[in-house]
Design a protein around this ligand. Sequence first.
Ligand code: UDP
Length: 240
Amino acid sequence: RGGRKKPRRFMLKLSGEAFAGRGALGVDPDVVHAIAREIAAVVRDGAQIAVVIGGGNFFRGAELQQRGMDRARSDYMGMLGTVMNCLALQDFLEKEGVDCRVQTAITMGQVAEPYIPLRAVRHLEKGRVVIFGAGMGMPYFSTDTTAAQRALEIDAQALLMGKNGVDGVYDSDPKTNPGAVKFDALEYSEVIAGDLRVADMTAITLCQDNKLPILVFELLTEGNIARAVNGEKIGTLVSD
Ligand code: UDP
C-alpha cells in the first residue's frame, strides 16, 4: 500500500547463558523478567520483535559429544533446552501485557505452535512477539544460524545479537586481554578473515550472502534492547 511505512521488524538473538543469571544452569526468572520488560517497551513503541534464544544454559551438543554422547542426539537435547527458555520468556512477556507466541521447529503441540513462517509474520503484524524455539530442528546447526535464517524468512531488517558479558566485537578476547580493542563497525569479510567470534560461520555467511546487518551488543545493560532497536551507536555493527 502506497506511502505506508515499512514496519520496523527485528530479529533478537538472546544468549542462553544470560538466562542462567548467577546460577550455573537453568533459568533465572529475574533475568528473564528484566529482558521481557525491555522487549515489551520496544513492542509498545511500535517495533515488531521476533526472538531466538540459545540453549547454552542447558546443553550444547558439541560439549555433550566431547563427554562421549552421540552428536545428533545431544544436539536434539540442545534444541529441546532452548524451548524451556522460550516458555520462560513467553511467560514474562505475557505478564508485561504483551501477546506472545512460541513456534518450534520440533513439533510439540501442547506447549507451542509449529513453525509456520506466514503465521509468524501475521503474529508480528498484530503486535505479538514471536519466539522461535528448538533451533532449526536439525542437528549440526546453531541458534545463531537459526536466528539468521528466521530473520531472512520473516524479512527482518537486522539481526540484533544480545551477548552475555561482552559489549561488541573485539580484536582479541577482552576477558583475558585488557588491551583488546573494540570495533564499532566491521564488514562481513573482516569477520570471516579475522575469524572473529561474532557468531558461527554458517550464520555469518548466511547474513553476508543476503546482506542482513548484524548488531552485536551487551544484552544485560539496562536499556540496550531499545538502543539496538532505535539504531543508536552501541556494540559492533557488521554489514557490507
Ligand atoms: N542446536 C542444534 N540445531 C539448531 C540449533 C541448536 O542442534 O538448529 C543445538 C546444538 O547442540 C547447540 C544447542 O542446541 O549446541 C544450543 O544452542 P546454542 O549452542 O546455539 O546456544 P547458545 O550457545 O547460543 O546459548
